[in-house]
Design a protein around this ligand. Structure first.
Ligand code: ADP
Length: 672
């Protein structure tokens, strides 16, 4: 086994790899850029070496620099993690040529799988089902139209060099193919420096199912229980689980054996993931093979009890796989949510800043792989993944409940995240019933919330949690005032019944709180919300925090709360609400009904995120329309267009290309 390895990555995956190294007694060297100078991954390593500027192409992507550090620090191997150089065949060659070990497959396997056309051909050779289509790059438009017609619309145009869903185009009709090919080519060339594209059938509402394989250098190959990653936004996975409700024992075996056949054909070694799409008739088709550890590998570890990084290290150091296919077992269900610095209330624009409060969930069936903690700085330079929360249960329902509870307790301040959004997904009735497809988000989510109304019981829980916090704060205030008031007469009889009205943005609830007077500081309550009765036990001290744990009808529930006067903001099970709390003089709810808000229009366009201005598409005096893209900003590896909020004439352009901006900086002013 190696004595010391270099980890050519950052954030949660670098820390994850270090954890296993520590357990195995392997020393670790981290590399870090300027932006990561105080961040978690470099603190957790045995040694950390600075490699350059914040931009990845001046640090984490500079092969020579990373290799030089590995040699200087006497590392025997390099683990590339995922992203960055993990699927870079040249880097793999350079590492091997220096006599070091690349913890991953051979550069030949990386190269083949990195070209989607070559990979598809190899899959066909190995007898693995592939999506009907054409396994050659398109050379001209008329040929493309003919091929598409033969395949049958809708078709999908795909970059051969693809990744992250970039450049892909769905074409529904013949008269749309020409423009789509042109735009796909341009985007592909820009993203990958290669404009090869190919065509395949677009499978409607498929599931994304993938198989983890491991191969050693002696011809042994095993597959593991499948992962389902159908919940994606813009082809980026958000929620992953194992096993899949759509896969039975027979299909699992077929998909697994196909994956192993492909790995064998490719002469593959180390960890790989074979991705398939599964149509509604149970047919599966090969998509691609990822030649590295996947972001979602922890769900597999949770149900198999294996450490996939340990397996990678063993194989890379020349050991044989000790697990046989017939020994491969799994137990229970695991689901992962990716926590990203994306702001759902602002169309998922990246959010940056310092983490000013950080509490991550913990518990027996909960695992958190995090790249940040209190004080971490999240900048615009790298992708937005902050951490991953994985929950396990004996079955899917239990896993969903455990993950819900974990997400209810997650607390990050300083920047916006998708914590509540992921919670809204896993609490959606369609998710709960297992009806998943890669179009789930489009079909079931809008902006930051689910398209369905939340269950009444969830709203009741939120209303009663908010009320209890309000009630106890009122009591604390009263108690603190007591010594100041002169005491007249005897001690007043303690009250144990209280009435409140809770007004949300859309809903109004009537609450009656009856406390059990036997305990000092009432902690045991019967609470009636509208017509439903709940038995609630409150903890002693949590009211002072921004998180609240309540036992409601013998189950523990966690809430995020924030209060100001009689306004309480709460988040629970993916629902966020602002409540106003009243002590009613009368029970007429009509009195409390919410009034619609007025929107105010501004005569200027502000930057919705921090980043760098790439392009300003308009000039002073130009007439623009509402929704027209006027400025392009780059942030966290993503280009985002900023649209005009109104029909107007531009009176002033404040920014220019190359300039960096903060959220709220004025970009453009309009004449009204
Ligand atoms: P990338 O490497 O860019 O991520 P993939 O080939 O892995 O591209 O595809 C990404 C996602 O696109 C898949 O998870 C699936 O949701 C969708 N997809 C890919 N090919 C097809 C297809 N032929 N039909 C329908 N959806 C597809």
């Amino acid at each position: 086994m190696f004595d010391k390895i270099l980890i050519a990555n950052r954030g949660e995956i670098a820390i994850r790899i270090m954890r296993t190294c520590k357990q195995m007694g392997i020393g670790t060297v981290a590399v870090y850029s300027e932006a990561d100078a105080r961040n978690l991954h470099m603190q957790k390593a045995d040694e950390a070496v600075f490699i350059g500027d914040s931009q990845a192409d001046r640090s984490y992507l500079v092969k020579e620099k990373i290799l030089e550090v590995a040699i200087k620090t006497n590392c025997q191997a390099i683990h590339p993690g995922y992203g960055f150089l993990s699927e870079n065949a040249d880097f793999c060659d350079m590492v091997v040529n220096e006599g070091l070990t690349f913890i991953g497959p051979s550069s030949k396997a990386i190269k083949t799988m990195g070209d989607k056309i070559a990979a598809k051909k190899l899959a066909q050779k190995a007898g693995v089902p592939t999506v009907p289509g054409h396994t050659k790059a398109i050379t001209n438009l008329s040929e493309a139209a003919l091929i598409a017609k033969k395949i049958g619309y809708p078709v999908l145009l795909k970059p051969a060099a693809g990744g992250g869903g970039k450049g892909m185009r769905i074409v529904y009709k013949e008269n749309e193919i020409e423009t789509n090919i042109l735009s796909c080519r341009t985007e592909t060339l820009k993203a990958f420096g290669d404009d090869k594209i190919f065509i395949e059938k677009y499978i409607l509402n498929p599931r994304h199912i993938e198989i983890q394989v491991f191969a050693d250098n002696y011809g042994n190959i095993i597959y593991m229980v499948e992962r389902e990653c159908s919940i994606q936004r813009r082809y980026q996975k958000i929620i992953e689980e194992t096993p899949s409700v759509a896969v039975n024992e027979l299909l699992r075996k077929k998909m697994g054996e196909s994956a192993c056949a492909l790995a064998a054909e490719a002469g593959y070694a180390n960890a790989g993931t074979v991705e398939y799409i599964l149509d509604s008739d149970g047919n599966y088709y090969f998509l691609e093979m990822n030649t590295r550890l996947q972001v979602e590998h922890p769900v597999t570890e949770m149900v198999t009890g294996l450490d996939l990084v340990e397996l990678q290290l063993e194989i890379a150091s020349g050991q044989q796989l000790t697990i046989k296919q017939e020994d491969m077992n799994y137990q229970g269900w695991a689901i992962e949510a990716r926590i990203c610095a994306d702001d759902p209330s602002r169309k998922f624009l990246p959010s940056t800043g310092m983490v000013t409060r950080y509490y991550q969930p913990k518990g027996e069936n909960i695992r958190v792989d995090s790249g940040v903690n209190l004080g971490s700085i999240v900048g615009v330079y790298y992708d937005s993944l902050l951490s991953k929360v994985i929950a396990k249960g004996n079955n899917r329902k239990e896993a969903i409940n455990n993950l819900t509870n974990a997400l209810n307790g997650y607390h990050i301040e300083g920047l916006a995240t998708n914590v509540y959004y992921t919670n809204a997904i896993i609490n959606h009735p369609a998710f709960i019933s297992g009806k998943l497809s890669t179009n789930f988000i489009k079909q079931h989510m809008e902006n930051k919330a689910a398209k369905v109304d939340p269950p009444t019981q969830h709203l009741h829980h939120m209303a009663l949690a908010a009320t209890l916090v309000y009630h106890n704060r009122q009591n604390l205030v009263k108690a603190s005032l007591k010594p100041m008031t002169t005491h007249v007469g005897g001690t007043p009889r303690p009250k144990n019944k209280f009435y409140y009205v809770v007004k949300g943005e859309k809903d109004v609830f009537k609450l009656t709180l009856t406390g059990n007077l036997d305990c000092e500081n009432i902690r045991d309550w019967i609470i009636i919300v509208d017509d439903s009765k709940y038995h609630v036990i409150t903890p002693e001290f949590e009211f002072f925090r921004r998180r609240l744990k309540l036992e409601i009808d013998k189950q523990v529930h966690r809430f995020r709360l924030n209060y100001r006067g009689n306004f309480l903001w709460g988040a629970y099970c993916g629902i966020t609400r602002t409540f106003e709390i009243y002590t009613p003089k009368e029970w007429s709810l009509a009195h409390f009904m919410p009034k619609p808000r007025k929107t105010i229009e501004k005569n200027r366009l502000e930057s919705p995120m921090p980043g760098m201005i790439l392009d300003v598409k308009v000039k002073k005096g130009e007439i623009v329309h509402k929704g027209q893209e006027v400025v392009i900003i780059e942030s966290m590896k993503m280009e985002s267009g900023v649209a005009s909020p109104c029909d107007a004439t531009i009176s002033e352009v404040i920014v220019k290309a190359g300039q960096t901006v903060e959220t709220g900086d004025v970009l453009i002013k309009f004449k009204k």
